[in-house]
Design a protein around this ligand. Structure first.
Ligand code: IPM
Ligand code: MG
Length: 358
């Protein structure tokens, strides 16, 4: 019996997670009858409201003890004025760090049915299938020292530290080469080695790791050029590996190329396959509680959970096929509906995926 910690969070989080649970709770997902022990706990603004902490100790313990974590979304205007340690995003940053979830996999796949939703021309994006592998527990996000100090001249100065050890670079490089090997065998490492020492080391270490993967074609690209190439010719990319900060930015850019941020899942993995799975979109406070949010990114995150943490690749394939089927059937939530197209509710979309699973 595998344990799943479910952390719905804020905004549309509870709705999309509820729809996803109806999929994960299907025994018939696997041939031998999938049975999961599922427990929920508050996180983000909901954690703060319940226990004065965006990551209450009981929530962290539940997450620690689980084989995998399904995460909704956190944040909302109510919490914007809180001091930084109490803000909802801290829950995510602390979970990543405490659980050692260093490898963030963010696929940016274009669904043919939704090609018109992209702001780029269909011929530029059709067939696009990129996997961004973002390092998630290092870099300027966590580097010390950091702070706001007063200089000798009496002026305030903010500072953060970008840093990566060889070991951190090596392990994410292995993740990325491994992923590329299972795909089109092309890996592009993104850095800013023309300016930053951190990036110079990054490039050296990634190149060295690459010698162990002669079947994977490795290229390097500066991050500014990568941002441009993603818009110019996104299909040139198969797998992209990059650090925490650049990955944060490029993964948002890549997701927008698909035109349907409501469709994209993500996985954040430790070295043993335990992972946190979440849609890449946020908590969308403007539509929270209305039952109109798109649950597909969370359902596809559950598919990644089945694949990476539970070793149930066949079940993961079935869920992904079911999602394609409901799209082909023409079901659309508001975010992916073309003008004039009928829109379905969150729960209807969830039920349609369950039905499509057969
Ligand atoms: C993401 C988000 C987070 C990040 C925020 C919410 C801390 O933007 O997962 O990309 O910057 O990593
Ligand atoms: Mg981000």
């Amino acid at each position: 019996m595998k344990k799943i910690a479910v952390l719905p969070g804020d905004g549309i989080g509870p709705e999309i997670v509820a729809a996803t649970r109806t999929v994960l709770e299907l025994k018939r997902l696997t041939a031998d009858g999938l049975r999961l022990e599922i427990a929920e706990a508050p996180v983000g603004g909901a954690g703060y409201a319940a226990a004065g902490d965006p990551l209450p100790p009981a929530t962290l313990e539940l997450a620690r003890g689980a084989d995998a974590i399904l995460f909704g979304a956190v944040g909302g205007p109510k919490y914007d004025a809180l001091p930084r340690p109490k803000r909802p995003e801290q829950a995510l940053l602390r979970l990543r760090k405490e659980l050692g979830l260093f490898a963030n996999l963010r696929p940016a796949t274009l669904y043919p049915e939704l090609a018109a939703a992209s702001t780029l021309k269909p011929e530029v994006v059709s067939g696009m299938d990129i996997l961004i592998v973002r390092e998630l527990t290092g870099d300027i996000y966590f580097g010390q020292p950091r702070g706001i100090r007063t200089t000798e001249a009496g002026e305030r100065e903010g500072f953060d530290t970008m840093r990566y050890t060889e070991g951190e670079i090596r392990r994410i490089a292995h993740t990325a080469f491994g992923a590329a090997r299972r795909r089109a065998k092309r890996l592009c490492s993104v850095d800013k080695a023309n300016v930053l020492e951190t990036s110079q080391l990054w490039r050296e270490v990634v190149t060295a790791v690459g010698r162990e993967y002669p079947d994977v074609e490795l290229t390097h690209m500066y991050v500014d050029n990568a941002a441009m190439q993603l818009l110019r010719a996104p299909k040139q990319f198969d797998v992209i590996v990059t650090g925490n900060m650049f990955g944060d930015i490029l993964s948002d850019e890549a997701s927008m190329l698909t035109g349907s941020i409501g469709m994209l899942p993500s996985a954040s993995l430790d070295s043993r396959g335990k992972g946190l799975y979440e849609p890449i979109h946020g908590s969308a406070p403007d539509i929270a509680g209305k039952g109109v949010a798109n649950p597909l990114a969370t359902i596809l995150s559950a598919a990644m959970l089945l694949r990476y943490s539970l070793g149930e690749a066949a079940a993961a394939d079935r869920v992904e096929r079911a999602v394609r089927k409901v799209l082909a059937q023409g079901l659309r939530t508001a975010d992916i509906a073309a003008p004039g197209e009928a829109k379905v509710a969150t729960s209807v979309m969830g039920a349609a995926v369950v039905a499509a699973l057969g």
